[in-house]
Design a protein around this ligand. Structure first.
Ligand code: NDP
Length: 244
């Protein structure tokens, strides 16, 4: 991977909204050929239409290993290889541990943690071949756990741990691993919270500050993946200025 994205091939998971969508657009604008995966095909169709460069929409459910393998295969078949995986798909179903609906824990672990691990596993041979990069979208919740974020934080701590192991295994072979840890970003993420009190808290938190926008995170990803080959940006922690 060199300092330019011209001709590079990127796969962005969870690209149908929020951070993934903005990142796909930013990387496309910078010259990359981008494969975008998610479950909402209609959203991906709109994204492809808005893209400044060549973009390929893929049906992808990261909780399904075969779907992940198929998305990586479709990307490499269409574009001839893969340089960068942006492992972004995620859900946040916050709530207290007592009385939690544990199917929500399962969904978070399967999507945020196992899903991103499956994507690394499927993409890694291609990234090693091209001396590429993996961008792991974690969270400030992957650094600090707070009340009502136990299961979500556990998945993001897991993403961070997996990224560091991966970094140590592949850095000497030229593959760079970038961990991105956003604070509060205005996206659809909090709209899926089912606990009424926690959902209201997230809404009032958003209203209390100038939140980050998905484009702010996309800019951080773009910065990390356009450094010269000898520079590995390993970690980017990015919060709204107003978030204590
Ligand atoms: P959005 O809800 O806007 O985006 C989430 C994306 O993940 C969607 O494109 C969704 O697509 C996709 N997704 C969810 N489940 C699956 C699945 N099973 N298979 C494939 N794709 C899936 O939220 P954000 O943009 O905010 O979230 C993106 C990432 O950023 C997440 O990992 C989140 O944890 C992280 N993050 C967000 C922060 C924030 O404040 N917003 C802060 C810190 C980290 P679809 O439903 O179409 O499949």
């Amino acid at each position: 991977m060199s300092g330019t994205l011209e001709g590079k091939v990127v796969l962005v998971t969870g690209a149908s909204s929020g951070i993934g969508r903005a990142t796909a657009l930013a990387l496309s604008k910078a010259g990359a050929r981008v494969a975008v995966g998610a479950r909402r095909a209609d959203r991906l169709k709109d994204l492809v239409q808005d893209a400044p460069g060549e973009m390929l929409a893929l049906d992808l459910d990261v909780t399904d290993q075969q779907s992940v393998r198929d998305a990586v295969a479709a990307t490499t078949e269409h574009f001839g290889g893969l340089d960068i995986l942006v492992n972004n798909a995620g859900v946040m179903l916050s709530g207290p541990i007592l009385d939690a609906d544990t199917t929500e824990w399962t969904r978070m672990v399967e999507t945020n943690l196992l899903g991103s691990m499956y994507a690394v596993h499927a993409a890694l041979p291609h990234l090693l071949e091209r001396k590429g990069a993996v961008v792991q979208v974690s969270s400030t919740s992957g650094r600090t756990a707070t009340a009502a974020s136990g299961a979500y934080s556990a998945t993001k701590f897991g993403v961070t741990a997996f990224a560091e192991s991966l970094r140590q295994e592949v850095t000497e072979q030229g593959v760079r691993v970038v961990l991105v840890e956003p604070g509060f970003v205005s996206t659809e993420l909090t709209s899926h919270i089912t606990h009424p009190g926690i959902r209201a808290m997230a809404k009032s938190m958003a209203e209390s500050m100038r939140t980050l926008q998905p484009e702010d995170i996309a800019a951080a990803v773009l910065y990390a993946v356009t450094q010269p080959d000898h520079v590995a940006v390993n970690e980017i922690l990015i919060r709204p200025t107003d978030q204590a």
